[in-house]
Design a protein around this ligand. Structure first.
Ligand SMILES: C[S@@+](CC[C@H](N)C(=O)[O-])C[C@H]1O[C@@H](n2cnc3c(N)ncnc32)[C@H](O)[C@@H]1O
Length: 459
C-alpha cells in the first residue's frame, strides 16, 4: 500500500505529519519481537471496533433504492481463505466475451457469493447495476491490459532491430516509452455509483480515530481486497516486558511554550523547535526534539506539542506493493542512526539544513538500539508508508512524556513541499546486507521506489 497526500493544498516543508505509532517492544536476541499488547487485553473493545469497521466500510446506498452491503462476509471469506485461494481470486483474468464485451472470469461467482450472503438485499435491479459496474471496471482493466500488450509488443519488435532502425522507430513514436500516468482517485471524486466503488475498499482505515478519514483505494486486485487486518491506534502501546520510563518533569507555563528562557521544555531544545505556522513547522532537524508532556501545565494547544496533535492533512492509501515477509512493519527506535549518520541524513533531508549540535548523551548514542516498534498488528497510517531512495519525509526523534531516548517517539516530518496526490515516502535507512535470515544467510530485497537515483536494493 502506498500513502498519498489527499488534499488540495501542499503539505509544507517540515510540517509534522505523522507519528509512527505501534508497539514498542524489546528487541529479542533473534531480532524478532513478540509482545503481549495492552490492547489485546480488552477483547470486547476490539470486538466493537471490528463491528464498527464492518458497518462503516461496507454500507452503500445505490441511488437510494436497493441497498447493497458488501464486505463483512466477503472479507471474512477472504481473510479465512488460504493463500492459494486468495491468489486465485486475485488472478481473475480479463477476457472478451462472445458479445465483445469484456468480462472477468469469476464474475458470476462473485455475484452469487454476494447474493448468497445478502439474499434479501440483492434484488434484480441491484444485480443489474452491479453487473454494469463490473463491466465498467473490466473495460478499464481491459484497456490497460491492451496498452500493456502493445507496449510489450513494441519492445519485442525493437529488440529485433538494429540501432539505426531502433532510433528511427523511437523518433516516430516518441511517447512509446513514457510511463503512463497513474490514475488519480481523489476522495471527492469517488463516485459511489461508478466502478470506483469497487476500488474503494475502506472509507476510513482509522475508523474515526483521526480527524480526517483515510480512505483506501485498491487499484491492483480484482476483486479489490481490504488491507490485512490490524488495529488502528493513535498512541504507542508499550508491551508488558518493557519498563515504562518515569515521567519527565513538566514546565509550569500557563500558555503556549515558545521561549527558551521561560519554558523549561523549550529550554532543553536550546530554542523553540517549531515555528507557529501551518500548525507548527520544524525549524530544523535536531538530534531530538523535547516537546511538552503530560506533567506540563500548558494545554493541548501549546505550540511545543506539534507531534501530539494528530493528522492535519487528508491522506489516502492505494494498493501498490505486496509484502511477503513477516517483519515488514518493524521499525528500530534507533536515534543513534538518525543522529549520527550525517551522510544518510544528507541524502534524506534534501534541502533541509543539518543539525548543528548534539543534545543527547553520547553514551546512549553509542549503544545498539534496544527497542523497536512492531506495527504488524497495531499502528497508525505511518505503517503503510513506503521506502524511497529520494524521499519527501524524514525521521525525527521526539521526547515528550519521558526523556528516555531508547524509547523516543518516531515522527515523520516533510522534507520538502509535498503536492496533492504525491506518495509520502521516507528512507528506511537499511544498510545493505544488514538483514540476516533465520538460516544465517543475508536476505536481500529489491527497491521499487522508481527514483532515478534508486539504490536498487532496500537491504
Ligand atoms: C512498513 S511496510 C510499507 C507498507 C506496505 N507497502 C503495505 O502495503 O502495507 C514495509 C514493506 O513494504 C514494502 N516496501 C516498501 N517500500 C518499498 C520499496 N521501495 N521497494 C520494495 N518494497 C517496498 C516492503 O515489503 C517492506 O518490507
Amino acid at each position: 500500500m502506498a500513502v498519498t497526500e489527499n488534499c488540495e493544498k501542499n503539505v509544507g516543508t517540515s510540517n509534522g505529519l505523522e507519528v509512527l505509532d505501534g508497539q514498542a517492544s524489546e528487541i529479542s536476541s533473534t531480532g524478532a519481537t513478540m509482545s503481549n499488547n495492552a490492547v489485546s487485553q480488552h477483547p470486547e473493545e476490539i470486538g466493537e471496533t471490528k463491528k464498527c469497521l464492518v458497518q462503516q466500510e461496507v454500507s452503500l446506498e445505490l441511488q437510494g433504492e436497493g441497498k447493497a452491503k458488501f464486505g463483512s462476509d466477503e472479507k471474512r471469506m477472504m481473510s479465512n481463505c488460504s493463500n492459494d485461494e486468495k491468489s486465485v481470486q486475485k488472478k481473475a483474468k480479463v477476457n472478451h466475451s462472445d458479445s465483445g464485451v469484456a468480462c472477468v472470469d469469476g464474475e458470476d461467482d462473485l455475484l452469487s457469493n454476494y447474493t448468497h450472503a445478502f439474499p434479501h438485499e440483492m434484488d434484480k435491479r441491484t444485480i443489474f447495476r452491479l453487473k454494469e459496474m463490473l463491466r465498467l471496471v473490466n473495460l478499464k482493466r481491459l484497456q490497460s491490459v491492451e496498452e500493456e500488450k502493445n507496449r510489450c509488443k513494441n519492445e519485442e519488435d525493437n529488440n529485433n532491430l538494429g540501432a539505426g532502425e531502433f532510433s528511427r522507430k523511437r523518433l516516430r513514436s516518441t511517447t512509446r516509452r513514457q510511463v503512463p500516468k497513474a490514475p488519480d482517485y481523489p476522495w471527492y471524486a469517488v463516485n459511489k455509483r461508478s466502478c470506483n466503488f469497487f476500488r474503494l475498499v475502506c472509507k476510513d482505515i482509522s475508523h474515526g480515530e483521526e480527524e480526517y478519514s483515510i480512505p483506501v483505494i485498491n487499484e491492483c486486485d480484482f476483486p479489490p481486497v481490504v488491507p490485512a487486518s490490524f488495529t488502528y491506534i493513535k498512541s504507542m502501546q508499550v508491551s508488558d516486558n518493557v519498563k515504562v520510563p518515569v515521567r519527565a518533569d513538566g514546565c509550569r507555563c500557563k500558555e503556549s511554550c515558545t521561549e527558551a528562557r521561560s519554558c523549561s521544555c523549550v529550554h532543553l531544545n536550546g530554542s523553540a523547535p517549531y515555528v507557529p505556522q501551518d500548525g507548527g513547522r520544524l525549524v530544523a532537524p535536531r538530534d531530538v526534539v523535547f516537546e511538552c508532556g503530560p506533567k506540563c501545565r500548558c494545554g493541548p494547544d501549546c505550540g511545543n506539542r506539534v507531534s501530539q496533535c494528530g493528522i492535519k492533512y487528508k491522506l489516502q492509501r492505494s494498493d501498490e506493493v505486496e509484502n511477503d515477509i513477516d517483519n515488514s512493519y518493524f521499525f528500530e527506535i534507533d536515534c543513534k542512526q538518525t543522529i549520527n549518520e550525517i551522510e544518510g541524513r544528507e541524502r534524506r533531508l534534501c534541502h533541509v539544513p543539518l543539525p548543528t549540535s548534539s543534545s543527547v548523551d553520547n553514551e546512549t548514542t553509542e549503544t545498539e538500539p534496544e527497542f523497536c516498534i512492531d506495527a504488524g498488528s497495531y499502528g497508525n497510517v505511518a505503517r503503510f508508508i513506503n521506502h524511497s531512495c529520494e524521499p519527501n519525509l524524514f525521521v525525527q526523534c521526539v521526547l515528550s512524556g519521558h526523556h528516555d531516548i531508547r524509547l523516543a517517539r518516531v515522527v515523520l516530518f516533510a522534507a520538502a513541499d509535498i503536492g496533492p496526490y504525491q506518495e509520502l515516502t521516507y528512507d528506511y535507512g537499511y544498510q545493505l546486507d544488514s538483514v540476516i535470515g533465520a538460516d544465517g544467510n543475508i536476505i536481500q530485497m529489491s527497491c521499487h521506489c522508481g527514483e532515478p537515483n534508486c539504490r536498487k536494493r532496500l537491504y
